[in-house]
Design a protein. Structure first.
Length: 312
């Protein structure tokens, strides 16, 4: 049954890929708005995260951000077909602006390798299409449990010059090897690592279980450190943003390093907060003594619906 659903999803994604991007975004807007109105689990996770990370906002402003973030997440879903299936030249034309290209060019000229820090912010898949014109990069990859889905994802990413490395101990060794050869590696830094692979570090003032991989790589190799994301532009295309990441990420103290990395991610998010993946349970692992989050009980449903009505 799951395989049939994957084939159905692939068919829909291919169909949407041939629609104008404005149509895909309109469908994504409707999908995201519906999820917000239904107050589903992803909406509740977004609301919890935004309340934690933006306590200075009023209730109205926070709920408005929740609503807009769900809409932007809907756009991410419906534009996936475009990034996976459209002719490469068509996707290239959608990248209408690049800010900070001088930072990438300097890193390429220095020829010491590059570590790209790519948070789940904006349209991260579009970065593959941009980067393929400038470099070949390696990224860790966790195979999907459904084989047909795994083949689909693998093929779509392989066509844009991404070397996929298994997300395991062997894969980490491979990253170190290619960095010794002055290669480019990309790391998604804002997902919770395993029990032995992280440290608690502040993220918007909250302690978040943060991966040590970037610090491990950066403290071992002289590769340049860059943060990148792609955001939707008002003109219907995409803008790629490139920033130098803090050198403190190389610190021998993993907490200091993780704090610096999280600060660089915060800087990116604050430039367009609605485009961040707030519906990911980023604070699932909590410090000892801190209450668990994301436990949504039915008895709170009325209160949650009342919150959702604020921004209607």
């Amino acid at each position: 049954m799951k395989t049939l659903l994957v084939y159905l999803a692939m068919g829909i994604a291919r169909l949407i890929a041939w629609m104008p991007l404005s149509v895909a975004h309109a469908l994504g807007t409707g999908f995201g708005y519906l999820n917000w109105r239904l107050n589903n689990r992803r909406t509740k996770i977004s609301r919890t995260n935004i309340q934690l990370c933006y306590p200075q906002l009023s209730d109205n402003d926070r709920e408005s951000l929740v609503k807009q973030s769900m809409i932007e997440s809907g756009k991410t879903v419906f534009e996936a077909g475009m990034t996976w299936f459209c002719p490469l030249e068509k996707v290239d034309h959608l990248i209408t602006r690049v800010t900070g290209m001088e930072h990438l060019q300097k890193a390429l000229d220095d020829d010491k390798g590059i570590i790209l820090i790519l948070p789940h912010h904006g349209t991260w898949e579009i970065l593959n299409h941009f980067l393929r014109h400038h470099l070949y990069m390696y990224a860790m990859y966790k195979p999907a449990k459904i084989k047909v889905l795994d083949r689909w994802i693998y093929r779509s990413r392989s066509r844009v010059k991404v070397g996929l490395i298994p997300a395991n101990v062997s894969g980490v060794k491979t990253l170190h090897r290619v960095l010794r050869e002055k290669a480019v590696v990309a790391v998604l830094p804002d997902q919770e690592p395993g029990p032995k692979s992280g440290v608690f570090a502040p993220f918007f003032g909250e302690q978040a279980w943060t991966g040590k991989l970037v610090n491990n790589l950066a403290s071992t190799h002289p590769a340049a450190l860059l943060s990148m994301y792609a955001r939707r532009s008002d003109n219907g295309g995409y803008e790629v943003i490139i920033k130098p990441a803090p050198e403190t990420i190389r610190d021998k103290d993993p907490v200091i390093a993780a704090t610096a990395m999280n600060a660089s991610i915060e800087e990116c998010i604050n430039e367009c907060p609605a485009m961040y993946q707030w519906n990911y349970a980023r604070f699932k692992t909590r410090p000892e003594g801190k209450e668990k989050l994301y436990r949504f009980k039915r008895k709170h449903r009325k209160a949650q619906k009342a919150q959702a009505r604020i921004a209607t």
